[in-house]
Design a protein around this ligand. Structure first.
Ligand SMILES: Nc1ncnc2c1ncn2[C@@H]1O[C@H](COP(=O)(O)OP(=O)(O)O)[C@@H](O)[C@H]1O
Ligand code: SF4
Ligand SMILES: [Mg+2]
Length: 337
């Protein structure tokens, strides 16, 4: 029998993830469909259901899924904006809400680029003042050094120094997103979270912003969590992917491996529906996506799955390991190539 030395044992200990979601659930009480107008009857809408996810420090992760799959709800849990109704959501091994409540470190560490970049910027403030705001809030530089740090941040996101004097209304859609990224970087975060940060822009502006985000992530060692409904964006930008369907992560792994040989029939359907990169997933599948108020029995994908078998209506598959780096929530995963 061979005996492992401590050093050998240590090499097998996986690095602690920066974010860890364990059976996270988010149920919203909503008015019961068809209730009489004066009734207060509600039902639980499962926006997140049994979400398991580990995010490695320094990685780039795309969270992909159709509209309504729970991406924004997941993001609010990761940002500590909402308390999940079940399960545990940890940041550096501590509950996210605890981290958020006990000081400004979490808010400084985890920065957000909002989906509606223009709406997140006060139109009465100059770009310089907008970028200086987080610098002051987090006490990043002295007042004397503020203007030069604003200029550095503008340069880092590819905007000219004189943009500091302008107002958001004078900038294009792509420039406004760059300002939102500069504001997010001002607090010197370790994690950058972006919700559909390039959607709605023309393809060349999208490509420029993706190249910028990629270089920021690599140069600054950021952990990037990127919410998108576009597989092309996910594939270009992110090392890892998590695919969501009706409130659950149904497949995770390295982006290339998952997109080249999907194990979950839903991932395969998404891949087949997006032969062109940078094409949004408008109608990836035939059939209606079920309502989260009325989840199918057994596997939630069984009503649309081409590989469904009898047991799929009876058992609800949880996300489980497929290989060292990949996990899938399916009773009959597709064979890996
Ligand atoms: N605050 C809320 N109250 C009630 N239902 C909500 C709320 N937020 C989201 N939902 C519902 O949860 C589901 C997931 O929504 P969301 O996370 O916004 O999905 P995505 O970002 O993937 O489009 C949807 O059915 C949505 O209607
Ligand atoms: S469990 Fe069955 S229905 Fe669900 S995705 Fe797998 S094969 Fe399809
Ligand atoms: Mg959303």
């Amino acid at each position: 029998m061979t005996v492992q030395t401590l050093a050998e044992t240590n090499t097998t200990v996986p690095e602690q993830p920066i974010f860890e979601l364990i059976e996270v659930e988010q149920v919203f009480e909503v008015p019961k469909p068809g209730r009489p107008i004066f009734s207060r009857e509600t039902v639980g809408l499962r926006a997140l259901d049994g979400v398991r996810l580990n995010i490695r420090k320094g990685t780039s992760l795309a969270v992909v899924g159709e509209s309504g799959s729970g991406k924004s709800t997941l993001l609010r849990v990761l940002l500590g904006l909402d308390r999940p109704s079940g399960g545990r959501a940890l940041y550096n091994s501590k509950p996210i809400l605890e981290g958020r409540a006990t000081g400004i470190d979490f808010a400084r560490d985890v920065a957000m680029v909002y989906q509606d970049a223009r709406g997140s910027l006060d139109p009465r403030m100059t770009i310089g003042a907008l970028i200086a705001e987080p610098l002051r809030h987090f006490n990043i530089v002295s007042r004397e050094d503020e203007a030069s740090r604003v200029a550095q941040l503008l340069d880092r996101v590819g905007l000219p120094a004189d943009a500091a004097e302008r107002y958001p209304s004078g900038l294009s859609g792509g420039q406004v997103r760059r300002v939102a990224i500069a504001r997010a970087l001002a607090s010197e975060p370790t994690v950058l979270v972006a919700d559909e940060a390039v959607s709605g822009l023309d393809v060349s502006t999208q490509a420029q912003l993706l190249i910028l985000l990629q270089s920021l992530q690599r140069d600054m060692g950021l952990t990037l969590i990127f919410i998108t409904h576009d597989l092309g964006v996910a594939s270009f930008l992110c090392e890892e992917i998590a695919i969501m369907y009706l409130g659950r992560i149904v497949e995770t792994g390295p982006t290339d491996a998952v997109l080249n040989a999907p194990a979950h029939p839903y991932s395969a359907a998404l891949r087949a529906a997006a032969p062109q990169f940078f094409e949004p997933l408008s109608e990836p599948l035939s059939g209606e996506i079920p309502s989260p108020l009325n989840l199918p029995e057994g596997c939630r994908f069984s009503t649309r799955c081409a590989s469904a078998q009898n047991d799929c209506r009876l058992k609800d598959p949880q996300l489980g390991k497929l290989s060292l780096q990949r996990a899938v929530a399916c009773l009959h995963p597709l064979a890996l190539k």
